[in-house]
Design a protein around this ligand. Sequence first.
Ligand SMILES: C[S@@+](CC[C@H](N)C(=O)[O-])C[C@H]1O[C@@H](n2cnc3c(N)ncnc32)[C@H](O)[C@@H]1O
Length: 216
Amino acid sequence: MRVRNKPWAPKLIAAHPELITEDPTQLKGQWQSRFEKTQPLQIEVGSGKGQFIIEMAKRHPEINYVAIEIQTSVIAVILKKLVAEPLPNLQLAHADGQAVTAFFEPHEVDRLYLNFSDPWPKSRHEKRRLTYKTFLQAYQEVLKPNGQIEFKTDNRGLFEFSLTSMNNYGLHFEQVWLDLHAVVTPEENVETEYEQKFSAKGPIYKIIATFPAAEK
Ligand SMILES: C[S@@+](CC[C@H](N)C(=O)[O-])C[C@H]1O[C@@H](n2cnc3c(N)ncnc32)[C@H](O)[C@@H]1O
């Protein structure tokens, strides 16, 4: 996601330590202390401007959410929305999702979302794709046994890569959609910014997959 540099972003982030952390390692095993209620914890890696995670948090007050986004000027947009309309079940982490195992204790997370992750189309960059096996290993470690991952993309290459990568890792496919919008209603599917922008241009692919119980 390319965004214009937002000079106000670092100041806003620094002003709201109650909503956003820049060092999620400090909260490892303690995430529930950041929320009003102790309840299931779901995370999104690469939240962009937060349309998906904000709507999920509104629709599911019985779940706590953490949005992880690496870009300062992008996560600051989510923060701005949260300051204007606080949600007791959403926290932000300005950090690299690659390090999830440093941010969460094993089994601290109930579900993980990847939405329209950067496709990294060149094969020499495949290790950067958020569904590469090293990422899957990290997700498995922080998820509960048999934890689930939900993955959406408009990018056919990334979809095919992710299907193979997840299969080779031993994930069980609960559901696969080759054209999500042909079958789901807006009530059943919370759209992301990218999804809204690109669904007119082609199909949206989705996978829900369950990790095997044993750690690899
Ligand atoms: C293509 S955008 C999609 C944004 C949003 N999920 C959507 O569907 O509209 C991908 C986002 O993932 C973020 N991102 C990429 N790699 C990341 C990483 N390792 N950790 C956290 N965020 C990452 C990017 O900064 C960008 O905002």
